[in-house]
Design a protein around this ligand. Structure first.
Ligand SMILES: [Zn+2]
Length: 325
């Protein structure tokens, strides 16, 4: 049994706090880690940061072995379970390699709504403008979470950057203490803060059996033609694809039989399947929370067909979804 670092409890407390904030983390998304010499403790795949204080969500990984594997470009760099120090059932996060490339001890990765509002735009650098002027920040284009993304992030880390915006994905911050990482994430999120437009209530009336009114922000999107067309343009970030499927479907009536977890009823609101998972609810709300903050007329960048496909056909993600079933 690997001994835990002294600040593990502090990290658990911080993880639970950010995990409970839907503007930072949705469902099983995001992850946190702390390095202790040769060992990196990281959130296990499929677990919830929000549960960090009530269950053991961290697994110990062999940090030098993971870094070495990434450096060599080995396939196994994308199989983080091979670097777990205990084979006790929990697998290290799919995004373990993203954390390993930072020299700092504490790394926080969040799917921050305020960050996403910028990171889903066609020109995220222009959208961010001077807002992050006080930070050592960098940005990487979208890549599938895992080793490919980690190598892009590593190039930024080598320039001394400790705030990395991930295109169509989120943000990573790194610091040597839990308190400093907490502060950094908080300040980045505040610097990128975008307020949502005032929400219009859904007017869905009676829904067919098996359907219920969806999240308020997503209902607003369905009621606003410009936002509705943004929503139906495609997928904006990976967890949407994982939990809600590709893009969003607009239709005048919820379909019978097979359908995605939510549909957008133009002019009326978002309808959610009554059997939708908590993950699907969280990501449905996320889409509404992002789009109700996007500046009017902004051009968005959608995941390509191949990028959507790569997310759906991914063993590691199937495992994460099964845990969240
Ligand atoms: Zn992520």
């Amino acid at each position: 049994m690997t001994a835990r670092p002294d600040d593990m409890d502090d990290l658990a407390r911080l993880s639970a706090r950010i995990g409970a904030d839907p503007l930072l983390i949705q469902a099983a998304g995001g992850n946190t880690s702390v390095k202790d010499g040769q060992v990196m403790w990281i959130k296990a795949s499929g677990t919830l940061l929000a549960e960090a204080e009530t269950r053991d969500i961290f697994v110990a990984c062999d940090l030098p072995a993971m870094r070495d594997s990434l450096q060599k470009g080995e396939d196994r760099a994308d199989r983080p379970m091979e670097f777990a120090l205990a084979q006790d059932g929990l697998r290290p996060s799919i995004e373990t390699s993203l954390h390993a490339v930072f020299p700092q001890r504490v790394v926080l990765h969040a799917h921050c709504i305020h960050t996403l509002v910028h990171a889903v735009q066609a020109d995220p650098v222009a959208a961010i403008g001077t807002k992050l002027g006080g930070f050592d920040w960098g940005i990487v284009p979208y890549a599938k979470p895992g080793a490919d993304l980690a190598m892009l992030v590593r190039d930024e880390v080598e320039k001394g950057r400790d705030v990395i915006i991930l295109g169509n994905h989120g943000v990573i911050v790194a610091a040597d203490t839990v308190a400093a990482a907490d502060d950094l994430l908080h300040r980045v999120s505040a610097a990128l803060r975008m307020d949502a437009v005032p929400l219009q209530a859904a007017t869905l009336g009676d829904l067919p059996a098996g359907w219920m009114v969806g999240p308020a922000s997503l209902s607003h999107v369905a009621g606003d033609p410009a936002l509705l067309s943004m929503a139906t343009g495609g997928s904006l970030y990976p967890d949407h694809v994982i939990f809600c499927g590709v893009g969003a479907l607009a239709c005048d009536m919820p379909p019978e039989g097979d359908s995605p977890p939510f549909v957008l009823i133009p002019g009326k609101g978002a309808a959610m399947r009554a059997d939708a998972t908590s993950g699907a609810w969280a990501l449905a709300r996320c889409l509404g929370d992002v789009l109700t903050r996007v500046p009017e007329g902004a051009a968005l960048n959608y995941l390509t067909l191949a990028q959507n496909g790569a997310l759906l056909d991914w063993d590691a993600e199937k495992y994460r979804q099964a845990l969240n079933g």
